[in-house]
Ligand binder design. Structure first.
Ligand SMILES: [Zn+2]
Ligand SMILES: [Zn+2]
Length: 280
């Protein structure tokens, strides 16, 4: 199997633990065919706290403008350093692009980027799903609003793959044990996939859920199948590791799911263009 990890974070993300050097070293040790770093870039907290009117919670970090610049310049340096040793690419995980589309457009126009994951970690007027007080919300309504925002993100489409679809379940089902009837959202997910397929965009199989309480990928096999059946061709697999020990975790399982869904190739991205690689 050609193992590629297309989603991981370094110390250029506020919540990760290892340097670019350490992560790349590990990628070579475990024999990845290709490796992409995708540090966080949260559009709604790109500037300093003084730039925003909403009240920050104690977990919020700001100034992703600084993280982004650090990430891009360091990744670019390592791309040169690692030439001939590792297929290494410089990406970002762009969070909440829909909150400020002109800014999102400006960020993704950076020529140093090989790859952009479009993610939603929160919806307007609510905290990050990691920090929400779930007692204050109706779960079905929260999911509805999440998929509405995902739809807006797809309509914008300035990314290469849609990040960890159903991320909300990591917290709702995985941590809080809230049962979610996903079938209510199938129509909306189909609408999202239709737009992605029409615009030549992909989805990722995010394997972080496999090592968390949730125990499944984001999204699960049925949605990977749905994407394939609707004509989706571009799929990436990523561990979403925030430390060296998680790098490459679940990638084999992710590839297995892609195969089961009917995919023969997976992708990594170079200069914002998909590179198709045989799964086997
Ligand atoms: Zn994420
Ligand atoms: Zn991530």
């Amino acid at each position: 199997m050609n193992l590629m990890d297309c989603h991981s974070h370094t110390t250029n993300s506020p919540d990760a633990h290892n340097s670019v050097e350490e992560m790349c070293q590990r990628a070579m040790e475990i024999g990845l065919y290709a490796y992409t770093i995708t540090d966080h870039c949260e559009v709604n907290r790109f500037y300093g706290v003084e730039h925003y009117t909403d009240t920050p919670n104690e977990y919020d970090t700001y100034h992703f403008d600084i993280d982004f610049e650090k990430s891009m310049s360091e990744n670019t340096l390592y791309k040169e350093k690692l030439e001939g040793k590792l297929r290494f690419f410089s990406g970002i995980e762009l969070g909440q692009a829909t909150f400020d589309i002109p800014l999102a457009d400006k960020i993704v126009s950076d020529k140093r980027l090989d790859f952009v994951i479009g993610s939603m970690h929160q919806i307007p007027d609510a905290d990050d799903f990691a920090f929400i007080d779930y007692n204050k919300y109706n779960p079905a309504e929260l999911m509805e609003r999440y998929f509405d925002e995902i739809l807006k993100l797809c309509q914008w489409g300035g990314f290469d793959v849609l990040g960890h679809l159903t991320y909300t379940l990591r917290y709702m089902e995985g941590e809080k044990g809230i049962k979610v009837d996903m079938s209510r959202y199938d129509e909306k997910i189909r609408e999202c996939f239709k737009i992605l397929v029409e615009n030549g965009k992909g989805i990722e199989i995010n394997t972080s859920g496999l090592r968390q309480k949730y125990g499944k990928t984001f999204p699960t096999l049925e949605y990977i199948k749905m994407f394939k059946e609707m004509g989706g061709e571009i799929i990436t697999v990523g561990s979403d590791s925030h430390r060296v020990s998680d790098l490459g975790k679940g990638i084999k399982e992710g590839l297995q799911l892609a195969k089961e869904a009917g995919f023969k190739h997976i992708c990594c991205f170079k200069e914002r263009k998909p590179v198709f690689v045989d799964i086997e």
